[in-house]
Design a protein around this ligand. Structure first.
Ligand code: PLP
Length: 228
């Protein structure tokens, strides 16, 4: 684990440098879905602080076991309406917001003593049926609706880019997400987070302005099979 974390940080730093950005402008978000708590603990020992989970029941078990660690938990999975409360109560971030109903529930269920829940809107750039996310054309209206929810803090945009073997084509998707964010900010929003880039494409994402890269396999190795 120490060597994996070191190599990953070096790749992130190199991509940031190519982009003329500082390495610490990119947060390494460790995607731990299906991985055991012991691996998260090992990553935390190397200074990894941001942990992402996709499956709620599994995540809650790990949260309980790792309570002693100073971790920031991000939910990145698809959220069902009847499962929002534990997310509102236990997580600091939700990436992948694409339905107003879910956002309303999260806002209503966020405990009053906790800071507002940080959220990113998932955008479906290529209209892929297999992926969630709002179409770019609906983004301004949706962002406006979210901004009105008192216990959410809209931080930025998130995407899962279409698979592209060619890095230049990868970059185009990430550039699109950045431009959508710039447009929202030009219209008065204050978004500071671009959650984009995974194990296979995070360098392209950093070149286009990613501030959070969501990395699973390049950090923890292949995921144990789980059929989801
Ligand atoms: C699983 C997952 C990742 C990490 O994918 P890797 O290719 O293993 O890095 C990132 N984002 C989301 C939304 C995921 O579900």
């Amino acid at each position: 684990m120490p060597e994996r974390v070191r190599q990953l940080r070096a790749r992130i730093a190199a991509a940031a440098e190519r982009a003329g950005r500082s390495a610490d402008s990119v947060t390494l978000l460790a995607v731990a879905k299906t991985q055991p708590a012991a691996l998260i603990r090992a990553a935390a020992a190397q200074g990894v602080r941001d942990i992402a989970e996709s499956y709620l029941d599994e995540a809650l078990g790990k949260l309980a076991v790792l309570e002693d660690l100073p971790l920031t938990w991000h939910f990145i999975g698809r959220l069902q309406g009847n499962k929002t409360r534990p997310v509102a109560e236990r997580f600091a971030w939700v990436h992948g917001i694409d339905r107003l109903r879910i956002a309303q529930r999260l806002s209503a269920q966020r405990p009053f003593h906790a800071p507002a829940l940080n959220v990113c809107i998932q955008v479906n750039l290529a209209a892929e049926a297999s992926k969630g996310g709002v179409p770019p054309a609906q983004l301004p209206a949706f962002a406006g609706q979210l901004a009105a929810l008192p216990r959410l803090k809209l931080r930025g945009l998130m995407c899962i880019a279409p698979e592209e073997a060619d890095p230049a084509r990868q970059r185009q998707w990430f550039a699109q997400l950045r431009q959508l964010q710039e447009r929202l900010n030009g219209g008065g929003a204050h978004l500071d987070t671009l959650s984009m880039g995974m194990s296979g494409d995070f360098e392209s994402a950093i070149l286009e302005g990613a501030t959070v890269v969501r990395i699973g396999t390049a950090l923890f190795g292949p995921r144990p099979a789980k059929g989801r």
